[in-house]
Design a protein around this ligand. Structure first.
Ligand code: F6P
Length: 342
């Protein structure tokens, strides 16, 4: 059989491990794997890439050997029909799309249109439903934690509060987990906003107790007003570039103005998506790749492998994309306790 594979959306450490794992199973069973380059654009342009056997011997580097992009084929005239023709031209019997909510939302629509789609859940944001963790999340929070550990010593030496902006769009998972791991003194996520007075008070208490420095972890999507993003530039899936909001700087300014203390703001940005995946993500990606291959062989279209507990189970794409998985109250309570709010 001929299988196709693409990576779409923000690149994520572990993408190459998934590609490698699917490829390994194809080689073992004499099937062909065709890569399409640059996300959905590769299918629209029939732009394929040969995956070479050397991928099996390489260590698991970050990024994606197929390239990625944020093209939305549902916004392109005859997008679905064009993709259908590409699949036919290449005699593709199953098409594996590695991506987050946007990519898998498209895969789900293509499947409804009769195309043989299978998804693999990736995103550092960890906001896909139906799976305990998406791959890339563990790597990204490890990077963010290490960055905050390093900022810890410089903040303390200079008696400053350093506000660290963390990716994750409208889901606070990355900020919550890395903030807890790094022992941040304040954690601010979009799902459970604190008032300006609460924010100032948490840091004031530290200073009153003689701890004249601190680390604040804040999500890029943290906002005091929902209308702030209305007029901002959006990508093809309607997402605004949240780092333009400069939320860490706003929090740093608020603390400086209200408390008269020295503050600095840092955006961790794309460094959070760079480099090799952690051991956890490499194992997860291997499992996901093998399971995606099984779904392809068994023609179980419209599904994706998902991590539930310690096992991988197939779930419907429609379930994964029905809602955004945001931080729940119980998970948030850990941060509240750390901050002494409960
Ligand atoms: O969805 C992954 C993500 O890294 C988000 O956390 C972030 O807001 C966005 O992508 C950044 O997008 P881009 O790579 O297009 O700048």
């Amino acid at each position: 059989m001929n299988f196709g594979i693409l990576t779409s959306g923000g690149d994520t450490p572990g993408m190459n491990t998934v590609i490698k794992s699917v490829y390994r199973r194809c080689i073992q069973n004499n099937h062909k794997l065709i890569g399409f380059s640059g996300g959905w654009k590769g299918l629209l342009d029939n732009n394929s890439i040969r995956i070479s056997e050397s991928v099996l011997d390489d260590i698991d580097l970050g990024g994606t050997i197929l390239g990625s992009g944020r093209t939305n084929p549902l916004m392109v005239d005859n997008g679905i029909e064009t993709i259908k023709q590409t699949l036919e031209k290449n005699s593709i019997t199953a098409m594996i799309a590695i991506g987050g909510e946007d990519t898998l939302g498209v895969a789900n629509e293509l499947c409804k249109a009769g195309l043989p789609m299978i998804g693999v859940p990736k995103t550092i944001d960890n906001d896909l439903d139906g799976t305990d963790y998406t791959f890339g999340f563990n790597t990204a929070i490890t990077i963010a934690t290490e960055a905050m550990d390093r900022l810890h010593s410089t903040a303390k030496s200079h008696n400053r509060v350093i506000v660290v902006e963390i990716m994750g769009r409208h889901a606070g998972w990355m900020t919550l987990h890395s903030g807890i791991a790094a022992g941040a003194h304040m954690i601010l996520i979009p799902e459970f906003s604190l008032s300006k007075a609460e924010i100032v008070n948490i840091i004031k208490k530290r200073y009153d107790n003689g701890n004249t420095w601190g680390i604040v972890a804040v999500s890029e999507g943290y906002s005091f007003s929902k209308t702030e993003t209305n007029d901002m530039e959006k990508d093809e899936f309607g997402h605004v570039l949240l780092d333009k909001l400069d939320v860490a700087q706003s929090i740093a300014d608020l603390l400086k103005n209200e408390l008269g203390i020295t503050t600095r703001a840092i955006k961790l940005g794309h460094v959070q998506r760079g480099g090799s995946p952690t051991a956890f993500d490499r194992v997860l990606c291997t499992q996901l790749g093998f399971s995606a291959y099984d779904l392809a062989i068994n023609k179980e279209f419209g599904k994706m492998p998902a991590l539930q507990g310690i096992h991988i189970v197939p779930i419907d794409l429609s379930q994964a994309v029905a809602r955004l998985k945001t931080v729940d109250e119980q998970s948030w309570k850990v941060a509240r306790k750390l901050m002494g709010l409960d």
